[in-house]
Design a protein around this ligand. Structure first.
Ligand code: NAD
Length: 332
């Protein structure tokens, strides 16, 4: 199939070309993201292949459909950036990578916790400058702390297991409980109890209309003073202004973000010589107890390989008219 691959970085191209030996699709790579302005680049392509911050709204999908595109193949798990209703009414098929190394994201979330707690980033810089003082580096034992996991699917489950390895008590909340979660000695509790009990809260649910701003002023009010909040899922789960207010009042004691609600204007590009216009984002970076990374939790060799292989298998399934287990369908 002729596929226009958007938001391509050199590492995407490398893994997709290797995975394509088994499929022989005609892949054409574009560095630009897919949006209303760039959609015409896909003229004559049966499929587009896109990533987390490509914007497949009604207008973009309309342009794609009118120029012959029938398939949207996402190189990611979340599909919050696709207007599914519009895609369905235009007769377009949407496929995603419903599973790839969940260890990549779960392990990264643990990394954020350890870094915020034990300040590896500060210690690294201090020692290089000949500063061996320990003031300001005081952490706490993870053992015995309560960790709240919101969204206990593939990533949330592994994250829960990893935190149990540290001797933490794990509590979870999910709209659709995972039978494997309680077998790892973790316990489901209502969301308000999770907020009230947890020393550390980590978000692992998808961004949907129901989960948008799940962490808002009202939710933060229910949390323990000094709570550590980790988000490796989607930026829109958190009301950034509410979190900034809570950091200022020290209600939130530490914040680790791999995702940000306006990240599509920033992430995956080198903007080190630009003036960043997003004042909320810039305010986040002023706090000593905040770490922001640029949507890199998925970025392991294993995950990239899984993503490339599944993406091309999805395209081959649809081309062959086979049922594709990774097709995204509009909920009834
Ligand atoms: P998954 O589908 O296996 O698990 C998601 C869980 O969230 C499910 O158990 C589901 O029932 C639950 N859920 C759905 N709606 C909920 C709600 N309203 N409240 C509470 N729980 C709810 O997905 P996964 O593979 O574990 O991925 C989780 C999320 O991680 C993805 O949706 C994606 O946004 C994010 N992600 C981020 C990165 C990254 O690089 N930072 C990479 C991959 C995935």
């Amino acid at each position: 199939m002729k596929v226009a691959v958007f938001s391509t970085k050199p590492y995407d191209r490398q893994v997709l070309e290797v995975a394509n030996y088994d499929h022989e699709h005609d892949l054409v790579f574009f560095e630009v993201p897919l949006n209303r302005k760039t959609a015409r680049l896909a003229t004559g392509f049966s499929a587009v292949c896109v990533f987390v911050n490509d914007q497949l709204d009604q207008v973009t999908l309309g342009i794609l459909a009118s120029h012959g595109t029938k398939l949207v193949a996402l190189r990611c798990t979340g599909f919050n950036n696709v207007d599914l209703k519009a895609a369905t009414s235009l007769g377009m098929t949407v496929v995603r990578v419903s599973a790839y190394s969940p260890y990549s994201v779960a392990e990264f979330a643990v990394g954020l916790i350890l870094t915020l707690n034990r300040r590896f980033h500060k210690a690294y810089n201090r020692v290089r400058e000949g500063n061996f003082a320990l003031e300001g580096l005081l952490g706490f034992d993870l053992r015995g702390k309560t960790v709240g996991v919101i969204g206990t699917g593939k990533i949330g489950l592994i994250f829960a297991q990893l935190m149990q390895g540290f001797g933490c008590k794990v509590v979870g909340y999910d709209l659709y409980p995972n039978p494997n979660f309680e077998t790892v000695a973790a316990k489901y509790v209502p969301l308000s109890e999770l907020f009230a009990q947890s020393d550390i809260i980590s978000l692992h649910c998808p961004l949907t209309p129901e989960t948008h701003y799940l962490v808002n002023q009202a939710a933060i009010a229910q949390m323990k003073r000094g709570v550590m909040l980790i988000n490796t899922s989607r930026g829109g789960l958190i009301d950034t202004q509410a979190v900034i207010d809570a950091l200022k009042s020290q209600k939130i004691g530490a914040l680790g973000l791999d995702v940000y609600e306006q990240e599509s204007d920033l992430f995956f590009e080198d903007l080190s010589n630009e003036i960043i216009q997003d004042d909320l984002f810039e305010r986040l970076l002023t706090f000593p107890n905040v770490i922001v990374t640029g949507h890199q939790a998925f970025f392991t060799a294993e995950a990239l390989r899984d993503i490339a292989e599944t993406t091309l298998e999805n395209i081959t399934d649809i081309q062959a008219g086979r049922d594709c287990p990774n097709q995204v369908v509009l909920p009834k």
